[in-house]
Design a protein around this ligand. Structure first.
Ligand SMILES: [Fe+2]
Length: 311
């Protein structure tokens, strides 16, 4: 029997628009047993600590809140119940590296995209599973790799903004590369008039141009989504320039003038970022911006326990 296709209604316009405009595609992944409640609960329970992020987010219109925490000793079901209770966002990052069944699903998906989009190459890709509360939101941010968002359960609204100034400036990408925090770039409500607003429901996927800033609001239901990200040679070179320019600006107080992806300035930056990317200065700056400061509590479902501030 032939395998089901991942994309159920890909047409020529999608091939032309891929990576150039936000596009909504139809897929069949939401029917996969890999996203059943039992399978996800089991996955949460054995998920390596270094690969998940648990984030407490503010409800819509509330004050901006973005704290990172840990699952503690809850079962997978209890974690999912806590998410259903509100204000949380669990990201099982790199699920394709943690569990080979998701990897196989992703291999099929990227093979189909490559078959549909002439010239598309993604030698490296990965996926994460997001399980988020009915009132959760993800603030305005941009991602460095190519990105797609696959809706499995629940409904969400995605605002996608142009990947150019004033919505996104080179120094924003440099800060993301250097500090590893995507949600710190400036946003103003008037940006929304320039966004494409797309609602997603199970069986739909959204793809957008590289680095396009976006923000997400859940529409009153628990959401299960899969994010996919990919890197090719151009994106890898851009990352090197972003990190090196960020280092020049923040560590050495120098205003970088070039964003060349090739030639002598690129080569010098490749060396610079390789030397410094794992330095204690970078590590200290990153961890100061990403503290872990709460934990879920099995004894008191729905409660969040503040962890003492690290010295
Ligand atoms: Fe994103």
């Amino acid at each position: 029997m032939a395998k089901d296709k991942v994309f159920t209604s890909w047409d020529d316009t999608h091939s032309l628009l891929w990576e150039r405009q936000p596009i909504r595609l139809a897929h069949g992944l939401h029917k996969s047993p890999l996203f059943s409640t039992d399978r996800l609960a089991e996955l949460i329970e054995r998920y390596p600590r270094e690969h998940y992020s648990l984030v407490q987010t503010g409800a819509k219109e509330s004050r901006r809140l973005w704290r990172e925490g840990e699952i503690g000793n809850l079962s997978g079901r209890q974690v999912m119940d806590a998410v259903a209770g509100g204000g949380l966002w669990l990201n099982l990052r790199n699920v394709s590296g943690v569990d080979s069944a998701y990897r196989a699903m992703l291999d099929d998906m990227f093979a189909e995209i490559a078959a549909n989009v002439p010239g598309f190459e993604a030698p490296k890709y990965q996926a994460g599973i997001l399980i988020s509360s009915p009132d959760a939101q993800v603030y305005y941010h941009a991602d460095l790799p190519g990105q797609g968002l696959i809706q499995i359960a629940g409904r969400k609204r995605v605002y996608v903004y142009p990947n150019s100034a004033p919505f996104l400036k080179p120094e924003h990408l440099e800060d993301i590369a250097l500090f590893d925090v995507e949600v710190d770039i400036p946003y103003a409500p008037w940006y929304d008039a320039h966004a494409q607003v797309l609602d997603l429901e199970p069986g739909q996927m959204l793809s957008w141009p590289l680095n396009a800033p976006h923000r997400v609001e859940n529409l009153g239901t628990v959401n299960i989504s899969m994010t996919v990200s990919y890197v090719n040679d151009e994106i890898r070179r851009a990352d090197i320039v972003n990190l090196a320019n960020g280092l020049l600006r923040h560590r050495f107080g120098y205003q970088p003038k070039s964003r060349n992806l090739r030639g002598p300035s690129f080569f010098a930056k490749a060396v610079l970022q390789k030397l410094l990317r794992d330095s204690s200065w970078v590590k200290r700056e990153r961890s100061a911006r990403r503290p872990i400061d709460f934990r879920l509590d099995a004894a008191q479902p729905g409660r969040i326990v503040d962890l003492p501030k690290a010295a």
